[in-house]
Design a binder for this molecule. Structure first.
Ligand code: SF4
Length: 615
């Protein structure tokens, strides 16, 4: 299955090979065209033992992220196997697969287990459960082959696994709970917890909610209320309705929690914080805990001073009752309002609701039945010129997408480096979410957020760059991009490792292209973003020699050689492009780079973008 979200691999919890792609990338298979992927290797993760106490499935992936880092899964499918697999709930496996995106994996998957079948039955898909169970028992499909070998193996003993807290600012900075207090001191992280957030597509299963509610019930019995704002985001209408029916919403509200709409909400910056002083919140340093999957700087509330730590819903919930980042609920006590000493017991929950799921408000989603092809796209769609697209001329949220120009000529000449980025540059840095999401249908307006989270490698400033002529005082990156676009000056971005990590957000490539970006030159790419760039006619290049990152600077002039050959040879999946770099002082240097363009991708590049027609 392909899905237009980097967390599509959630479905690996049901034994699916489910891969996240950009929006334009998903159109290919929907219209009957082939979809390309460089064949991945297989990383086996052997799970032994069984989880107990405070440890949860989330801790498997939080630990793995620490072992692999955000790039360690790149080019791999992660396959979980071993006796420990049978002990996990289906939604627990989904949580683990969901966050495989955070280590760069192509996807993650589990074998089909009894827990998978139980989940399908509980979600009204008994015939699918039966077919999958038969496939497993009769043919061995949906499980690893006997004697399967892996390119690499990592072992995790679930019985020994501790709860983990990862962050801030990157999902792979992993700390076992027992060492977390020490880390808070060592790194001078805020000792006060400002907000606890649970839910999201990662962690709002019935099991997650019942375990978190168990903690909240224990606190209520002890007379405690959450000391800091406690927000719950159900990941679907089904879970929202089910937790409401089963009284869990009341449990959370009784301790002072707020159950939000079943939407992404604070996970993607749709959150107006009221707990910070509005006059200073833009830079106010504070710590929040969430059960989400990403914690890039400014992702949740737009505040670069917010340190977001990722952990399980149950641990997040417990921590809100102390309001302290130093609290360890597995061994610390809280003094209750009556002066008693209270210690939490390890959480318990139910993997599936005994009364079945409540479907909730069915009007909020399309009703499809098996065999209903009313929403299936035509395999060979043809343009219908009579179709009129009506957009209000005064709309600031919708705009007709004009085709990007074809590539004419043999090589790029006189490109300029718009910005040389230092450190992490995720799709959140390239195209921030939050308040910007409303402009997703208006490329011109959303382009005003292009690269606003990027750090200028030469000055350490965020979102400040300098022109090479005219007004050379510092301006924002999108402002300079726009200025150069008006001047007809095309440009490139230079950056470090794992460029485009995070969301599948194709605006991160559309905007760069719209403002005149033609090349992105980096030490390494995140897979989805590299393809998204190709789709929009931007050429992604990596340094042959990483140290060459140090020899190119902002506003340097760049001429290419090797693009003509790339076009003539049809890309062939890879080759070299040499950049002649002329510095502002007139010094000339050469940088060897690699492209990974296939025949189809070269066609997109020449046409101007993948959705332009062949001319
Ligand atoms: S924004 Fe957050 S909750 Fe929404 S799909 Fe992405 S990761 Fe999941």
């Amino acid at each position: 299955m392909l899905g237009t979200d980097s967390h599509t691999p959630n479905a690996g919890g049901l034994g699916a090979i489910a891969i996240g792609v950009g929006g334009a990338d998903a159109v290919d298979p929907m219209t009957g065209q082939p979809w390309e992927l460089k064949a991945p290797q297989i990383l086996g993760v052997e799970l032994t033992g069984a989880l107990s106490g405070w440890a949860s499935p989330k801790d498997v992936i939080l630990k793995l992220a620490g072992l692999l880092t955000v790039r360690g899964g790149t080019g791999y499918i992660i396959e979980y196997f071993g006796k420990g697999v049978e002990t996990l709930s289906c939604t627990g496996m989904a949580t683990i697969c969901n966050m495989g995106a955070e280590v760069g994996a192509t996807t993650s998957l589990f074998p089909f287990t009894q827990a998978s079948a139980n989940y399908l039955i509980a979600t009204h898909r008994a015939p699918v459960a039966k077919a999958a169970s038969n496939a497993l028992s009769e043919t061995g499909f949906l499980a690893a082959d006997q004697g399967a070998t892996y390119d690499k193996v990592i072992q995790i003993d679930l019985s020994e696994l501790e709860p983990h807290i990862n962050g801030p600012f990157t999902p792979d900075l992993s700390t076992p709970l027992s060492l977390f207090r020490e880390k808070v001191h060592e790194n001078n992280w805020p000792k006060k917890l400002s907000v606890g957030l649970i839910g999201s597509c990662t962690n709002s299963s019935y099991e997650d909610m019942t375990r978190a509610a168990d903690i909240a019930k224990q606190a209520t019995a002890a007379g405690l209320k959450a000391k800091v704002p406690f927000l719950v985001t159900p990941g679907s209408e089904q879970i929202r309705a089910t937790i409401e029916r089963d009284g869990l919403t009341n449990v959370f509200e009784n301790v002072g929690g707020t159950v939000l709409a079943n939407a992404c909400g604070p996970c993607i910056g749709q959150w107006t914080r009221t707990d910070l002083d509005p006059s200073s919140k833009e830079s106010q340093e504070n710590a929040i805990l969430s059960s989400f999957n990403r914690n890039f700087r400014a992702r949740n509330d737009g505040n670069p001073g917010t340190m977001n730590f990722l952990t399980s819903p149950e641990l997040t919930t417990a921590m809100t009752f102390s309001g302290s980042m130093e609290f360890n609920p597995t061994k610390d006590y809280i003094i209750t309002p009556s002066g008693d000493i209270f210690k939490f017991q390890p959480p318990s929950g139910e993997s599936l609701p005994t009364r079945g799921f409540d479907s909730g408000n069915l009007c909020s989603r399309p009703m499809l039945t098996i065999g209903d092809e009313s929403m299936t796209p035509s395999p060979n769609p043809e343009p219908v010129p009579s179709t009129e697209v009506l957009i209000s001329p005064t709309s600031d949220r919708l705009q007709v997408l004009e085709p990007f120009a074809r590539f004419r000529g043999d090589e790029f000449t006189n490109l300029r480096v718009l910005v040389k980025v230092k450190g992490k540059c995720t799709t959140d840095h390239i195209s921030a979410a939050g308040k910007w999401l409303k402009y997703k249908g208006h490329l011109e307006n959303i382009s005003n957020n292009t690269l606003i989270g990027a750090v200028n490698a030469e000055t350490d400033e965020v979102n400040v760059v300098y022109d090479y002529e005219g007004d050379t005082s510092g301006v924002s990156i999108p402002e300079l991009g726009r200025r150069w676009k008006e001047r007809g000056q095309e440009w490139l971005v230079v950056a470090e490792h794992n460029y485009g990590e995070g969301s599948a957000r194709e605006h991160a490539s559309l905007q760069v292209r719209y403002l005149g970006g033609r090349i992105v030159l980096v030490k390494s790419f995140a897979r989805i973003h590299e393809t998204n760039l190709k789709k929009q006619g931007v050429l992604p290049l990596t340094f042959v020699n990483e140290n060459d990152y140090d020899v190119i600077s902002a506003c340097d002039r760049v001429d290419t050689s090797g693009i003509r050959e790339m076009i003539e040879s049809g890309g062939q999946g890879g080759g070299e492009v040499v950049l002649k770099v002329t510095t502002k002082d007139g010094e000339v240097k050469e940088i060897r780079c690699r492209h990974t363009m296939s025949k189809d991708q070269v066609r997109w590049f020449v046409n101007g973008s993948a959705i332009n027609r062949d001319l």
